[in-house]
Design a protein around this ligand. Structure first.
Ligand SMILES: [Zn+2]
Ligand SMILES: [Zn+2]
Ligand SMILES: [Zn+2]
Length: 440
């Protein structure tokens, strides 16, 4: 039986009688179809006040409704793995009149059946300015079905913005992070103002910097951002100062007095309490290099985690309920000790220099692994606190560590080869050994 269901967040506004009526109609007209059509309701902004009292809200006042219907299709992805893929079609209407909703549902079913029986011919989509999006996304010419990771990605010197919707028009370099935003142009006579922005984090002198340009359109904002980048690239010899916004900073952060380039370009003035190596890394109020941070005993890490300034700040700003503090601390200590074990493996496997130079990438893998363990092994939601005494058995931890050791070696090799996550087949990105993943 095919039926409509509210999405989380829409339940309060969902009129059950209305849904029942719709479901009876679609059951009669499509007795062979099955599954859920998820309904997402979005209110107009001027109706915001009413959201506070949803019960009084009339269903006919809703402004926009998106319908989603997921189903499985057999497909061969770009790695040659034949698999069942989860496909989703969607339809929108602007007012929740029964006839309109039924029209949208019909449209959805037609699209689904077209997609299911189509021999797809995938082409790359284009951004609003006509540039091809080459991240591997494909759109079928025949049925319009769009899928990620279906074509071979072709990462060029013109990086795709984070949201995947704008291809940069300047050669920032293939691994440069860029993002854009466009909230529309406001034109009112002389007072027209610019709302599009373009931000890039190009790598320079061993660190990355942050540049931003604004303009009437994203390409114009990008051109201005690029101009700033050109000034920096043409600066013959940077003259870095540790005086940032009138203050002397000691962590290595510096600004070029000539071109205004800024980032962590100098050696930190602070030194590790153990080995006196220059470092800006801090743990529990002491300056300590990463190698020595993870070499601390579990007891030291536990004490340091609890007395960390970060927590007192968090408690006061987020006003965590006093009763939750012990479980919150327990969770943070668990996380710190779990992470330390993986960082120690990284240090042992890759060496202390790489632990230091690629700490960001290693941390990323450590944290992803941690959350994967929470969700799939321990059955805890990402931001929930742990219950006291929830076990993580020694043999399980051993398997996690063995798997992490392989992952960290692969990840390091990929960085050497300048390969981004996007280039790698998903099968190689498994964070945990298969036998530990609970099927959901
Ligand atoms: Zn198709
Ligand atoms: Zn400079
Ligand atoms: Zn040290």
């Amino acid at each position: 039986m095919l039926q409509i269901k509210p999405m989380i967040g829409s339940t309060a506004f969902f009129n059950e009688d209305f849904a029942k009526e719709i479901n009876e109609i679609i059951d009669l007209s499509h007795p062979d179809e099955s599954g859920d059509i998820l309904v997402d309701m979005i209110f107009s902004t001027d109706a915001e006040d009413d959201i506070l009292k949803p019960k009084e809200k009339k269903v006919t006042d809703l402004i926009k409704i998106d319908l989603y219907h997921s189903f499985k299709i057999p497909a061969t992805d770009r790695f040659g793995q034949a698999d069942e893929h989860h496909a989703r079609v969607e339809a929108s209407i602007d007012k929740i009149k029964p006839s309109l909703l039924l029209d949208a549902i019909e449209k959805l079913i037609v699209m689904k059946n077209k997609t299911k029986s189509c021999v797809h011919e995938m082409i790359r989509p284009t951004d609003p300015f006509g540039s091809e999006i080459k991240d591997g996304t494909g759109v079928c010419l025949a049925c319009g079905f769009s899928m990620k990771d279906i074509l071979k990605p072709d990462l060029s010197e013109y990086p795709l913005a984070r949201d995947g919707k704008y291809v940069s028009q300047k050669p920032w370099g293939r691994n440069t992070f860029v993002q854009t935003g466009d909230s529309g142009i406001v034109l009112s006579g002389k007072d027209s103002y610019e709302t599009a922005f373009f931000e890039a984090c190009p790598k320079l002198c061993g660190d990355s910097t942050f540049l931003r340009g604004e303009g009437k359109s994203i390409p114009e904002a990008e051109a201005r951002c690029w101009d700033k980048f050109e000034i920096i690239k043409n600066c013959e010899k940077h003259d870095f100062t540790r005086i940032v916004s009138g203050k002397h900073v000691t962590d290595g952060y510096a600004v070029c007095t000539k071109c205004k380039l800024y980032g962590s370009f100098l050696e930190p003035e602070t030194k590790c309490v153990v080995c006196e190596k220059p470092t800006a890394n801090k743990f529990a109020d002491k300056v300590i290099c990463l190698k020595h941070q993870y070499q601390q005993t579990d007891l030291e890490i536990t004490k340091g985690t609890i007395q960390n300034d970060y927590f007192s700040g968090l408690f006061s700003s987020r006003k965590i309920d006093k009763a939750d503090v012990p479980r919150y601390e327990y969770t943070q200590v668990f996380r710190a000790l779990f992470s330390a074990r993986l960082f120690r493996i990284a240090a042992k496997t890759l060496g202390d220099d790489i632990l230091e130079s690629r700490h960001k990438e290693i941390s990323h893998l450590v944290i992803s692994t941690y959350f994967c363990v929470l969700n799939h092994v321990m059955g805890v939601k990402t931001f929930d606190n742990l219950e006291f005494g929830v076990p993580l058995y020694k043999s399980t931890m051993q398997q996690i560590e063995d798997h992490f050791r392989i992952n960290i070696i692969k990840r390091n090799e990929d960085i050497d080869k300048d390969i981004n996550d996007i280039d790698r087949p998903p099968s190689k990105r498994m964070l945990l050994p298969k036998q530990l993943l609970k099927s959901k």
